[in-house]
Design a protein around this ligand. Structure first.
Ligand SMILES: NC(=O)C1=CN([C@@H]2O[C@H](COP(=O)(O)OP(=O)(O)OC[C@H]3O[C@@H](n4cnc5c(N)ncnc54)[C@H](O)[C@@H]3O)[C@@H](O)[C@H]2O)C=CC1
Ligand SMILES: O=C(O)[C@H]1O[C@H](OP(=O)(O)OP(=O)(O)OC[C@H]2O[C@@H](n3ccc(=O)[nH]c3=O)[C@H](O)[C@@H]2O)[C@H](O)[C@@H](O)[C@@H]1O
Length: 433
């Protein structure tokens, strides 16, 4: 298949590269020229395991030629299917902001006006139920002057990959959900995914676009609530002086619960759980239903950084003290800092007058956009040097191996939001849960 992918961020770059790896001919359409140049040079524009190798294999000189990037929407005319991988951020009132999707769909529609034959447009972005049918399709119809279902089709294919393991997740899906407005759209979507499904035997869910959209929110909402629930349990455990991790390990032995997403601590951040929970809560409330469990999940999540700061307050008054923040990415394995819990922690520490020194193996550059004047250490050892306290915000593996580095601290106070550090003699260690 000839595929165009609009938007080359975490999802767009990953799926475009993986589609190329599956044998399709793929072109990324992206407004950021730096990203376009990077891909065309055979390099990955994001930090993601296995992506640099795969981009190099398919793009740039010496590549298979199956992956390229451009700022020019007209390449869409040379393709059969277009995936929209544009951001769907949160508005100030918590609702989904579809303006970037609408702008992208408009540009796409204007381009499709010049196409003579059928084209399938698939929404990959996470959008609230009804968005593909009621927002994207009408924009495409208006801009192209064509009729959906007759001259072009729209589909919705939610993405379940996680940052940090994006390639692995995409190439080994638990399920492939194909929401389509017509049989012809479904056939095109099958042509795209059949090589993956044949290779992995992943179950395929065929449905309409609105259900596909809802499946994505149900998935993310459930996982976010699962983490909030284990955080609630973790907080309860702490009240009773019980080890929350021992409890979680035992819970995981129950097949009905399972072991994943039972890691308690600072809570969930990232570009999706926070905005997606708010978006579905807002959209549902507008329908007149109060989604109480999801609201509680958000509330528990918002509390965790405040709890960590209050635990630190119990150990030391950080005013004018050097405090190391270990981990800036919203989770290990990525350089993404969007909605990272480290942001709330740094803000809280600064409000207390602390001199914050931050360290992350890959995410410091991205955090500079949020805190340009922060002191960024080039290594954990430098961050810990002469610090009075240290807070752990991301469970990078390298933090588990730390030992003598703590000797350089002024006082070895460690408040661990992720159960990442191994406590040692002489350390005043406290875990969040
Ligand atoms: N990041 C993740 O792990 C996952 C994200 N999603 C969803 O996928 C969607 C995209 O998310 P990300 O890839 O994280 O976003 P992103 O912000 O990393 O990437 C979006 C890209 O679109 C580009 N762009 C913006 N307007 C454009 C336009 N008019 N034409 C062409 N390119 C344009 C931006 O420059 C940017 O590079 C969101 O709806 C998100 O909720 C779904 C599953 C996983
Ligand atoms: O829609 C999305 O964008 C994606 O959102 C999440 O993926 P992601 O945000 O990349 O990362 P997760 O591994 O889910 O972690 C999310 C947050 O939860 C936290 N978390 C996760 C698991 C856990 O046990 N405990 C915990 O605190 C992580 O530290 C992180 O801050 C989902 O897992 C993906 O399936 C989905 O596609």
């Amino acid at each position: 298949m000839r595929i165009s992918v609009i938007g080359s961020g975490y999802v767009g770059t990953t799926i475009a590269t993986c589609f190329a790896d599956l044998g399709h001919e793929v072109v990324n359409v992206e407004i950021d020229e730096d990203i376009v140049e990077t891909i065309n040079a055979g390099k990955s524009p994001i930090h993601e395991d296995r992506l640099p190798e795969l981009v190099a294999e398919h793009a740039g000189e010496g590549g298979t030629g199956r992956l390229r990037a451009t700022t020019d929407y007209s390449v869409v005319l040379e393709t059969d299917v277009t995936f929209l991988c544009l951001p769907t951020p949160q508005s100030e009132d918590g609702s989904i902001d579809l303006s970037i999707m609408e702008a992208g769909a408009e540009q796409l529609g204007e381009t499709l006006a010049r196409k003579d034959d059928w084209h399938t447009v698939v929404v990959k972005s996470t959008v609230v139920p009804g968005s593909t049918e009621d927002v994207v399709t009408p924009v495409l119809e208006d801009a192209s002057g064509k009729t959906a279902g007759e001259e072009f089709g729209t589909g919705m294919n939610p993405e379940f990959l996680r940052e940090g393991t994006a390639v692995q997740d995409f190439l080994n899906p638990d399920k492939v959900v194909l929401g389509a407005d017509s049989d012809r759209t479904l056939v095109d979507m099958h042509d795209v995914f059949d090589p993956l499904v044949e290779r992995t035997r992943a179950p395929v869910v065929e449905t309409n676009t609105k259900t596909a959209e809802m499946i994505k929110y149900a998935n993310n909402g459930f996982l976010a609530a699962k983490v909030s629930h284990i955080n609630d349990i973790g907080n309860i455990c702490k009240e009773f002086g019980v080890d929350a991790y021992e409890v979680a390990d035992a819970m995981a032995l129950d097949d009905r619960i399972g072991g994943q997403f039972l890691h308690s601590g600072l809570g969930w951040g990232g570009s999706c759980f926070p905005k997606d929970t708010h978006a579905i809560i807002h959209a549902t409330s507008e329908q007149g239903y109060d989604p109480a469990v999801l609201e509680a999940a958000v509330e528990v999540n918002d509390r965790q950084p405040k709890r960590l700061l209050s635990l630190l307050d119990d150990h030391v008054d950080v005013a004018d003290e050097r405090v190391a923040v270990l981990g800036l990415a919203f989770k290990p394995g990525t350089d993404d800092v969007r909605n990272s819990r480290a942001i709330s922690m740094i803000e809280g520490l600064r409000e207390r007058g602390a001199n914050v020194v931050a360290y992350d193996p890959v995410a410091a550059e991205n955090m500079r956009e949020y805190f340009p004047n922060l002191d960024y250490a080039s290594s954990v050892a430098n961050a810990l040097h002469k610090s009075t306290a240290c807070v752990v915000c991301t469970d990078w593996d390298e933090f588990a191996a730390l030992d003598e580095e703590f000797d350089a601290m002024h006082q070895q106070i460690v408040v661990d939001g992720r159960r990442a550090v191994t406590p040692r003699d002489g350390m005043e260690y406290e875990g969040l849960t």
